[in-house]
Every structure is written in structure tokens, then in C-alpha cells.
Design a protein around this ligand. Structure first.
Ligand code: GLN
Length: 483
């Protein structure tokens, strides 16, 4: 059952071939069997899942079943889940039980999806390898010596190993697309504002966006349908109507104009990864698409811009973790200042502290204009590059990540090299554009992701373009050996 798509599982449930309780048990059994090798979950919620499954079975029997009714999924541990630990991968929130559900969680719940547990992640979503998690590194199911990518590394590994059908994630600079690429699955980061951030623990509020990690574009369409849409509780969520994402999946790609930015095929790109991307582009040519060279001249500045904007916003967002209101508090503080200092020193890990320090510095009087203001100006230039490109093309394609999955520990002591693994993903966050990563031909047995970036609110187009390739190829069907 674990290899079936959401549509196939839904059909099986509605036809009474199996119940959601049976399906949920099957996934819980898989988790029990493989989780020790992967560490993809922080919290498992078997009782919650089985209760949800029984509810979904009743819905299905009454004939009220939505496409996700009874389907087992997982949530990244950045989404608040009422009554259940929500750690954000940090010691700071190790004891935090969320008092309410994030909108993404409540919408999937209403759609009848069954939550199996909360997935591992880089601490406060800061990382590209899942090595900054307080709960330990996640292993890539394709090769346990490799990282799964990050920060949604637990979600990516769990979906790739078929421990759940689909999972939620968040993407501030690439954290859905990059782990999806490194684990050989489909990851969709919607337009900024398409999915509510209510109850999603904030990292960099102007960049953060919730989305989904799935096995296929067709599954991602069903998941996005459930979570997209305006939410009065998030003032940055968009009023834009939500279209049907599944219906246009099959549309022909004849005449589709694909832009290839020359800056995305530069010296930093691994040769084997480049060849896999070229093969996929050839497939699109066969499907009737036209390939156009475009340029995003400021994209080389995106990593530097991001590492001013994101730390600045995080230094402000994370000031709420003060040992008083949330989570970790140090033992026997001497006075209030000691309480703040020690709770934060002991509760946050090294990467989070590095970002808070950089952000506080960049925002301080005297440096604000030189760094933060400058970064905001460049952010505009980066958005403008995309605006110009989308006057000529429908979608932009390139690699998701410059390399395949790297070894655990390989980049852990070198933050700048680690930051460069998001070189192709960050610009879409700075511009607020949607992007999807889909698996293409592997390089030396390791997954490679093709990134497709669309114009604002063009998620349906991205899913259509991804789905057509997945109908013509079987790259997305590969399952890691042993799973
Ligand atoms: N890897 C990037 C970072 O460390 C992006 C993280 C993310 O998208 N949450 O900030």
C-alpha cells in the first residue's frame, strides 16, 4: 500500500478495499521498522493517528469523503499542533506543547488527513542538511551516510522512504525544494501568501512559506488544494482565489516557453547534475515546449542578500524566546538578566546564535543603511530580474541544488559552503515566487532535482508542467533500495 498515490489510496478507501485504520497501521509499522535508521521524526502520534483514521473511516462510510480523507501524512515540527509537542528542532522548545493548531494543520485535519507525527528539521529551520537539529541528524534513505538536505529534511526522508504518503514543509530559502531534490521527491513552495503562516513558527517572516513534500505533482496538487487560501489570521495571506489544482494537470505543454537562466548553469554546478537537467529539458522539448535563454543578472547576489535579510528578521522573531514566555528556562537564575542570557545561551544551538548575532548587528544603528537597507534594494533588483524574464517565458527551469546529497559532516563546519547549497533556490523566496523541485535522472545513484519557478500564483502551471514530465518518465517512481 505504501507505494500507491494519494488518488489510488483514496479510491481504495472509498471502494472499501481497506480502511484508514488499516492503512494508518501499515504506515505506523513501516515507521517502527525503518525510523531507527533514519531519525526522520521528532514525535510520533500513533494514538492521535488511529483516532483520526477511525473518524475518517466514518466520513468515508457516510460518503462525505474529501480526496485526503483517511490518508496518512506528517507535519514538519515547525507547525503548531494542539496538545502535541512542537519543538521546531530546538532545545528551546523541547518542552513546548502547542495550545492551538496552525492553519495548515487544521485545514488538513478538516480534509480528513491523518497525522502520523511531527518530522525532524534543522533548528528553527536554519540549515540545509538537517544537521543543526537538537534531535540529531536525519539520514538520507538513498544512502544513510548522506544528508537528506534541509531544513525540511525529516519530511523529505520520511516521504522518500514511504513512511508517510506526503508531508508538510516550509521554505524560507529553499527548505522544501532542496531536501526534495536530495531525497528524490517532489517539493512545492507556493507563492508567498498562498498558504497561511498562522501557527507556523516564524524564522524570517517576509520569506517563510509553507508547502508540501510528496511523491508526485498529482499528490502535491491534492495537498496544496487543502492548505491554500486566504486566512484572516495571517495578514500577509493572499485574498487571491484558489483555483482547482488537479484539473489542469494533464494540459498539453505545446508552446510552453521555458526560460533557462544562464546564471543557473555556471561553474558551481556539478557536471553530472547539469547533464540530468539537460536530459529533462530535452524531454520537455519533446513534449512541445520551446526553450529560451534568459538572464537573471542579479541572482549572484541572492545568497549574500538573503544572509542579511533572513538573520535580521530572525533576530527579531526569536527575541520572544526569552525563558519567560516560551519553552526552555535555565536553572536558578541570579536575576532577570541572567535568566535571559542563560536561557538563550543554553536553549539555542550554534547556528541559531550565529544568525541572531548577524541579524542584530545588521539592524543596529550605524549599520542598518549599509547592510539591511542595501539588501532590501538588491531584493528589488532580484524581483525585477524575474519580472523581466516572465515577460518572455512561462516558467523558468534549472537545477534545484548545485550538487547531489553530500556526506553527513562534510560541510557542517563551513557555514559559507553550506549556505551556497541554496544558491539556486533563494532568489524565488526573495521575490516571493512559487517553485517546485521534481526528481530527474539520478547522478551516480543519487537523486537530482529539476527546479521549475513560475510567476506569482502560477502553482497550477508548475504542477501541470511537473505532472506532464512525470507521466512521460518514471524518475519520480524510484524508491530507495531496502524501503
Ligand atoms: N538553508 C537556508 C537557511 O539555512 C534556507 C532555510 C529555509 O528555507 N528554512 O537559511
Amino acid at each position: 500500500m505504501h507505494t500507491k498515490s494519494i488518488a489510488e489510496l483514496g479510491a481504495g478507501l472509498r471502494a472499501g478495499e481497506f480502511s484508514s485504520v488499516e492503512l494508518t497501521r501499515a504506515f505506523l509499522d513501516r515507521i517502527e521498522r525503518y525510523e531507527a535508521d533514519l531519525n526522520s521524526f521528532i514525535t510520533l502520534a500513533p494514538e492521535h493517528a488511529l483516532t483520526g483514521a477511525a473518524k475518517a473511516d466514518a466520513m468515508i462510510r457516510r460518503g462525505e469523503a474529501a480526496p485526503l480523507a483517511g490518508i496518512p501524512i506528517a507535519h514538519k515540527d515547525i507547525f503548531c499542533t494542539n496538545g502535541l509537542k512542537t519543538s521546531c528542532g530546538s532545545k528551546m522548545l523541547d518542552s513546548f506543547i502547542a495550545p492551538y493548531d496552525a492553519t495548515v494543520v487544521s485545514r488538513l485535519d478538516e480534509a480528513g488527513a491523518v497525522m502520523l507525527g511531527k518530522t525532524n528539521m534543522d533548528e528553527f529551520a536554519m540549515g540545509s542538511s538537517n544537521e543543526t537539529s537538537y534531535y540529531g541528524v536525519v539520514h538520507n534513505p538513498w544512502d544513510r551516510r548522506l544528508v537528506p538536505g534541509g531544513s525540511s529534511g525529516g519530511s523529505a526522508a520520511a516521504v522518500a522512504a514511504r513512511l508517510c504518503t506526503a508531508a508538510t514543509g516550509t521554505d524560507t530559502g529553499g527548505s522544501i525544494r532542496q531536501p526534495a531534490a536530495l531525497c528524490g521527491i517532489t517539493g512545492l513552495k507556493p507563492t508567498y501568501g498562498r498558504v497561511s503562516r498562522y501557527g507556523m513558527i516564524a524564522f524570517a517572516s517576509s520569506l517563510d512559506q509553507g508547502g508540501v513534500l510528496c511523491r508526485s505533482a498529482a499528490d502535491a496538487a491534492v495537498m496544496l488544494q487543502a492548505i491554500a487560501g486566504f486566512d484572516p489570521r495571517d495578514s500577509t495571506s493572499a485574498q487571491e482565489p484558489v483555483p482547482d489544482y488537479s484539473e489542469p494537470l494533464h494540459e498539453s505543454l505545446a508552446g510552453l516557453r521555458i526560460g533557462l537562466p544562464k546564471e543557473y548553469f555556471n561553474e558551481g554546478l556539478d557536471g553530472e547534475v547539469a547533464r540530468s537537467i539537460e536530459l529533462a529539458i530535452d524531454e520537455y522539448r519533446r513534449l512541445g515546449a520551446e526553450v529560451v535563454d534568459v538572464s537573471l543578472p542579479n541572482s549572484g547576489l541572492s545568497v549574500a542578500t538573503y544572509y542579511v535579510v533572513a538573520p535580521a528578521e530572525c533576530s527579531s522573531n526569536l527575541s520572544r524566546f526569552d525563558g519567560v514566555r516560551f519553552g526552555y528556562r535555565c536553572q536558578a537564575p541570579a536575576d532577570l538578566e541572567d535568566l535571559y542570557k542563560r536561557s538563550r545561551s543554553e536553549g539555542f544551538g550554534a547556528e541559531v546564535k550565529r544568525r541572531i548575532l548577524i541579524g542584530t548587528y545588521a539592524l543596529s544603528a550605524g549599520y542598518y543603511d549599509a547592510y539591511y537597507l542595501k539588501a532590501q534594494q538588491i531584493r528589488h533588483l532580484i524581483s525585477d530580474d524575474f519580472r523581466r524574464a516572465f515577460e518572455r517565458v512561462d516558467v523558468i527551469m534549472g537545477p534545484t541544488s548545485p550538487t547531489t546529497a553530500f556526506a553527513i559532516g562534510e560541510k557542517a563546519d563551513d557555514p559559507v559552503t553550506m549556505y551556497l547549497s541554496d544558491i539556486y533556490t533563494i532568489a524565488a523566496n526573495l521575490a516571493g515566487l512559487p517553485g517546485i523541485s521534481i526528481p530527474v535522472r539520478q547522478a551516480a545513484g543519487k537523486p537530482v532535482g529539476l527546479q521549475i519557478i513560475g510567476n506569482y500564483f502560477q502553482e497550477a502551471k508548475l504542477l501541470n508542467v511537473a505532472h506532464r514530465l512525470q507521466q512521460e518518465s518514471d524518475w519520480h517512481l524510484a524508491v530507495p533500495a531496502g524501503y
